[in-house]
Design a protein around this ligand. Structure first.
Ligand code: GDP
Ligand code: ZN
Length: 299
């Protein structure tokens, strides 16, 4: 009987699919038939769990992609094809990294990431880095708002290692997507969590710069066996998900209790009178900045 091998795709590059199976990494091609069956460009992506058969010492062929639990995708740059491009399969967690200062936290950008994660029901950990640059209580105003909404927030200092332990625990054994604006300390944070990664400062962001025009090279970093972090250039560059404006309100968790209570049904919570969401904003139950984000995203 043939041995059954199963692994996870950690890197895809020019027809090579590197499959992590236990402690080894096998360079796999795709079985011919699979290419016909699956849509081009979306055959096998990082995070995919696959069955494979050995063809040599360190080479193999992927015979089956196991069903994807969840995918993160984006529309390719205009005109190429209207089809979605899957970036990562089966993520467990999104790590959204921002900083207290340099750059200062943009709630609108954060809200966009959050909506994108809510839309695919991907759990979020919000990391506010550069804790050493926080000067007073007002610096925590933005992030504590997200805590009140129910998001997990970690405060870190990548230079001293402060606050890293809970984060490391949270990431252990999971496949996490790492994202956030340039310069917030993503590379520093990964290095501080796992020095053996030895990333160059700015390395993660550099990838992002290259990713704009070149083919997307994606990889999963594996700082510990079974713990993966997706370093995906396209993630920060493109509009990730097309969100139907009609559904947008449901992706703001603090609005959910009021949905269905507006006078008009459906209600866009923009111009309609007797809107339960707007009333909640006026009563201070929904933060005005969050409502502003909703309005901007609604278009
Ligand atoms: P990335 O672009 O998100 O990968 O950010 P980098 O890791 O390259 O860091 C950008 C700059 O912020 C570098 O100069 C880091 O040394 C600095 N930096 C990273 N973490 C911290 C921190 O916790 N506090 C301070 N003060 N600076 C930090
Ligand atoms: Zn309304």
């Amino acid at each position: 009987m043939k041995e059954l091998h199963e692994g996870i795709v950690v890197r895809v590059h020019g027809g090579h699919h590197y499959v992590q199976d236990g402690e080894r990494i096998v360079d796999c091609s795709l079985r011919g038939l699979m290419k016909k069956e699956r849509v081009a460009g979306d055959l096998v992506v990082i995070g995919d769990r696959v069955r494979w058969e050995p063809t040599g010492e360190e080479t193999g062929v992927i015979t089956l992609v196991l069903p994807r639990r969840l995918v993160l995708s984006r529309k390719p740059p205009a005109a190429r094809s209207p089809q979605e491009q899957v970036l990562v399969a089966n993520p467990d967690l999104a790590l959204l990294v921002f900083a207290f200062q340099k750059p200062v936290l943009s709630t609108f950008m954060l809200d966009r990431y959050l909506v994108a994660c809510e839309a695919v029901a991907l759990p979020v950990v919000l990391v506010i880095n550069k804790l050493d640059l926080a000067t007073g209580a007002e610096d925590y105003a933005a992030s504590s708002l997200y805590q009140r909404i129910g998001y997990q927030v970690c405060y870190t200092n990548a230079l001293t290692g402060e606050g890293l332990e809970p984060l490391r625990e949270r990431l252990r054994g999971k496949l996490s997507i790492l994202t956030g604006p340039s310069g917030v300390g993503k590379s520093s944070l990964l290095n501080a969590l796992w020095p053996q990664l030895a990333l160059r400062t700015g390395e993660i962001s550099e990838y992002h710069a290259e990713g704009v025009h070149t083919t997307v090279v994606s990889r999963l970093l594996q700082p510990e066996l079974g713990t993966y972090v997706a370093d995906t250039p396209g993630l920060r560059t493109y509009e990730l998900w097309d969100i139907d404006p009609e559904q947008l309100d449901a992706f703001f968790p603090e609005m959910r209790p009021y949905l269905g209570q507006c006078h008009f049904k459906p209600c866009t919570h923009t111009h309609e009178p007797r809107c339960a969401v707007k009333a909640a904003v006026e009563r201070g139950e929904i933060a005005p900045v969050r409502y502003e984000s909703y309005r901007k995203m609604f278009g």
